[in-house]
Ligand binder design. Structure first.
Ligand code: MRU
Length: 366
């Protein structure tokens, strides 16, 4: 997607002077929207840190990062022992998004059967394939979501208002995004639309990442506090909600960034269609009850008590907003039960949540 009119993906391998691969480039998302910085990751350990401290984040992107993490590990040591170690470390770096486990296990399956000498080059190839596939799946989601938006826009004389949560745009994927892919497709097709962007405390990925990428693409949008979502729906200012997901059960329960459930409840109460945009690697066929089965990541209290921003002099800074010794809880995701979800937009089409299990997906999980 476009950054200052230049095409970027969120992750790519570096070629050195001998045309062999060395290191992986990522966009450091902890610096956005104030700085656009590209960082080189050289080792498995650095990739695990980048996932853990959210320089790379978003379910599909951390899957791609895990794949490259395995390739970097093969550069260090291509033995069975180290391969298994790398895969386990990556899977545990963030527990909720199933894409990470999916990608790491796909790498393991591909590499374990190969002679040790062939593993490094095969790992680079497989990680690149995972990235290309992610971009393709998201582009297809964009096409199916576009049809939904077109149908709603045809019934409305003024511009369509779409609400989203967190960042499920291209920054959360390798390219195109999941929830934002239909929005970009509709905007590019000339449909008049406007996006309500929930800021998404505590890390504010809506305010800092979604607002930034929508403005890079010229899509009209307005940032709102998370608490404003229900009110805007009651006022008739929201025509549809589209969110991404970190894990969806085979029964259609949608686990996404904390606060998604509240938006889904308000949308249900106001009879506003609520969609989750989900590539097949985000569906966990082993799980049938999202509330019981999905591990919710508990993140550091520091994410609530300190806020990142830019000072008037242009320096980046962190400021503390809580009284000393205040207890803080920071669950990072919640589960929206299938009954509140109008449809799941996948690369194969749009499905009612209870129809997912009948779709011929084959993502290798479960
Ligand atoms: O904690 P994050 O920033 O990795 O969470 C991201 C989200 O919850 C996104 O909505 C999700 O990954 C959607 S997938 C494009």
């Amino acid at each position: 997607m476009l950054v200052n009119q230049q095409q970027y993906r969120t992750i790519w391998p570096n070629e050195n002077a001998e045309l062999s691969l060395s290191g992986v480039s990522i966009i450091d998302q902890t610096k956005l929207p104030h700085r656009f910085e590209i960082v080189t990751i050289q080792s498995l350990e650095q990739m695990i840190d980048a996932i853990n401290n959210m320089q790379v984040r978003g379910a599909p992107l951390i899957g791609a990062a895990a794949a490259y993490g395995v390739a970097l590990a093969m550069q260090q040591d291509a033995s069975d022992l180290y391969l298994n170690h790398a895969v386990m470390q990556l899977i545990h770096s963030r527990p909720t998004a199933v894409n990470l486990k999916w990608a790491a296990q796909r790498m393991l399956k591909k590499l374990l059967d190969l002679p040790v000498a062939d593993r490094l080059s095969a790992a680079w190839r497989e990680a690149a394939a995972i990235c290309d596939e992610d971009a393709e799946l998201n582009q297809a989601i964009g096409g199916h979501g576009l049809m939904l938006i077109k149908a709603l826009a045809a019934k409305k004389p003024s511009r369509l208002n779409i609400m989203t949560h967190c960042n499920a745009g291209w920054l959360a994927t390798v390219d195109f995004g999941t929830a934002l892919a239909p929005i970009y497709a509709a905007h590019d097709a000339g449909i008049a639309l406007h996006v309500w962007v929930g800021e998404t405390r505590p890390r504010n990925q809506g305010a800092s990442l979604t607002a930034w990428e929508l403005s890079q693409h010229g899509v009209p949008h307005t940032v709102i506090s998370d608490n404003a979502g229900g009110h805007l729906m009651q006022q008739g200012d929201v025509d549809m909600v589209i969110v991404g997901a970190d894990r969806v059960t085979s029964t259609g329960d949608v686990c996404n960034k904390i606060g998604t459930y509240l938006k889904a409840l308000a949308a249900f109460d106001q009879n506003i269609p609520f969609y989750a945009a989900v590539p097949s690697p985000t569906i966990d066929w082993t799980m049938t009850n999202g509330l019981k089965d999905i591990e919710i990541e508990q993140r550091s209290p520091r994410e609530l008590s300190w806020i990142n921003g830019m000072l008037a002099n242009g320096e980046l800074a962190e400021v503390n907003i809580l009284p000393p010794n205040t207890h803080v809880a920071n669950p990072a995701f919640d589960v929206t039960p299938a009954r509140l979800v109008t449809g799941v937009i996948t690369e194969l089409g749009v499905y009612a949540p209870d129809q997912l299990k009948n779709i011929p997906f084959n993502n290798g999980l479960g």
